[in-house]
Design a protein around this ligand. Structure first.
Ligand code: FO1
Length: 315
């Protein structure tokens, strides 16, 4: 059995931790969005890869979700004094990861290879695979023109009104060859932002085909609960794109690709509408506050994959 988990951002990383507690390293592969990556201060910054790595290493900042816990900020403060860019804050321990990754990349390692060495250094034995080792950059189209992802997300604090997204470089990117599609028995789309965390992963040529060819059931966990995103700009983006910020709308977004959809108990009344899209459904608590919540949701998702998430079955 090999589960493929597609993830990005803080919300997705929470479910990945639950899956990592339930599945052995040889039973699951985490495929991570790299559309948020950018070159900054001479470093290749890979936020979703690092958020997942720190999360699986139990080293993530539990409040922010990104960066490391127990950080100090001497580098950023000193950079400020020198007039450097500090809108994108790098903690002192996090800085070591960026220095190490730059060293590994400069020595010819792929992002996958560098990620594996860093994960190993942090005691993570689960497989963390960037969706591609080729550059893919999410471009956020707004009323005031296009923005690089981190300029939208961090520098401008998700304030600009979005009109659409492009994944620059996706068309010529190669899907990560380390993804074992032929062994995949189930696919989980984690509760990440569908537009800027999941869509970039699915935009890599060969990703959808590899998953479809595996014949494995594909389930998505709704990142919207009760009309709101647990974290991040998902609901705001949906409203700005002219769609209601509802779990049903997320199900529609995924309907052509997934066989099952995981709905939070708060939205149980939406189950019929989601089933009418031809999706199997399961209702459970998807809001993850504790480690137990993460583990319970992972178990519920795996049970759903084993049971009712075959195309067309209702559970
Ligand atoms: N997010 C912020 O809102 N502010 C920051 O200063 C910031 C710094 C940062 C540094 C390293 C890293 O791996 C992530 C960082 N993030 C920051 C989060 C990042 O922008 C987002 O996690 C993803 O790009 C979207 O999920």
């Amino acid at each position: 059995m090999t589960i493929l988990a597609l993830t990005g951002g803080v919300g997705g990383a929470k479910l990945c931790l639950g899956l990592a507690r339930v599945l052995a390293p040889e039973e699951v592969v985490f495929v991570v969005n790299t559309g948020d990556d950018f070159e900054h201060l001479g470093f290749h910054i890979s936020p979703d890869v690092d958020t997942l790595t720190y999360t699986l290493a139990d080293a993530a900042n539990p409040v922010a979700g990104w960066g490391r816990q127990g950080e100090t900020w001497h580098f950023t403060e000193a950079l400020e004094e020198l007039g450097g860019e500090t809108w994108f804050r790098l903690g002192d321990k996090d800085l070591a990861l960026h220095v190490r990754r730059r060293e590994l990349l400069a020595a010819g390692q792929s992002l996958t290879g560098a990620t594996a060495q860093i994960a190993q250094g942090l005691g993570v034995s689960h497989r963390i695979l960037p969706m591609s080792d080729d550059p893919v950059r999410t471009l956020v189209h707004t009323r005031d023109g296009p923005l690089a992802f981190q300029h939208y997300f961090v520098r401008d604090r998700c304030a600009p009104e979005v009109t659409g997204f492009d994944f620059h470089g996706a068309a010529s990117a190669s899907v990560n060859p380390a993804i074992p599609f032929e062994q995949v028995t189930g696919v989980v789309i984690c509760p990440s932002n569908p537009f800027v965390s999941v869509d970039p992963v699915l935009a890599v040529p060969g990703m959808r085909e590899g998953i479809r060819h595996s014949g494995a059931p594909v389930v998505a966990v709704s990142p919207i609960v009760g009309g709101a995103a647990i974290k991040g700009p998902t609901a705001k983006m949906m409203q700005e794109l002219g769609v209601p910020a509802t779990t049903v709308e997320v199900a529609k977004h995924y309907a052509q690709f997934v066989t099952g959809f995981v709905i939070d108990a708060v939205d149980a009344d939406a189950e019929g509408e989601v089933q009418a899209l031809g999706l199997a459904t399961t209702v459970t608590q998807t809001v993850m506050r504790s480690l137990d919540d993460r583990i319970d949701l992972a178990r519920a998702v795996l049970a759903f994959l084993d049971g009712g998430a075959q195309a067309g079955l209702k559970s």
